[in-house]
Design a protein around this ligand. Structure first.
Ligand SMILES: C[S@@+](CC[C@H](N)C(=O)[O-])C[C@H]1O[C@@H](n2cnc3c(N)ncnc32)[C@H](O)[C@@H]1O
Length: 224
């Protein structure tokens, strides 16, 4: 298996095949229903994408009118590529080479929404996974506005993630949802999939291979 937990792996991947845009797990159509109530059609929403890779999600959000999107990745090769792509067509998009576990140049309480798709999963393939996972969650909590939302898209069911999220649990109210993975037949036949997130029911015995998991956290609102 490739070393998804290593920075060298990602750098090499973006240097050699980076121009081919790639979305882990799902594209924007898959994410959109899960973001709807947070974005609420309000173009001023501030959005941070952590571990953006060369996914076009930030670009699509921008094209849909959400022009306050910041994307970070710790791969220089990745960010150079994404900056070049947007230079003339989407000049307002912000890209930074940055470690999600240390987002020192982002001020606290800056974002309404922080989005993770497959970054936290990839860190669990690396060395010292628990430490990095927890640091990323605590940095996300720092940069989120009170009442803001963190959404993490993952392949892994709660029994493989609860323990990791628990360390940051005092900061959030957590809920878990699933969305069904489109079947190959659906893709081939261009059947419009239903990506509406469904509350996760631990009693339902769902096959974890048939769904993606969405971990959603609401940061506590500011106390008055
Ligand atoms: C599995 S890819 C996901 C890319 C994209 N989010 C998507 O859904 O297609 C993981 C990405 O996280 C980046 N990454 C890994 N560790 C990171 C860290 N500590 N800080 C910032 N980015 C990181 C990698 O360079 C890679 O681009």
């Amino acid at each position: 298996m490739p070393d998804f937990g290593s920075k060298a792996y990602w750098d090499e991947r973006y240097k050699t095949g980076g121009a081919n845009m790639f979305d882990w797990y799902m594209d924007y159509d898959g994410l959109k229903p899960s973001l709807r109530d947070v974005l609420n059609g309000q173009p001023g929403r501030t959005i941070l994408i952590v571990g953006c890779g060369n996914s076009p999600v930030g670009e699509t959000l921008y094209d849909e009118g959400y022009q306050n999107v910041t994307s970070i990745d710790n791969s220089q090769a990745c960010i150079s590529l994404m900056k070049t792509r947007s230079l003339t067509t989407r000049p307002g998009l912000k890209y930074h080479v940055m470690d999600a576990a240390n987002m020192f140049t982002l001020t606290r309480e800056e974002f309404d929404l922080v989005l993770d798709k497959a970054l936290l999963d990839s860190t669990l393939c690396g060395k010292e996974p628990r430490g990095i996972f927890t640091k990323i969650c605590s940095e996300v909590a720092r940069v989120l506005k009170p009442g803001g939302t963190f959404i993490s898209f993952s392949y892994a069911p709660p029994e493989e993630r609860d323990d990791f999220f628990r360390d940051s649990a005092h900061l959030w109210k957590m809920s878990v949802f699933t969305i069904t993975k489109p079947s190959l037949q659906d893709i081939v036949e261009h059947i419009v999939e239903d990506f509406a997130p469904k509350p996760y029911d631990p009693e339902a015995n769902i096959d974890p291979e048939s769904v993606h998991f969405i971990y959603r956290f609401e940061k506590a609102p500011r106390e008055v």
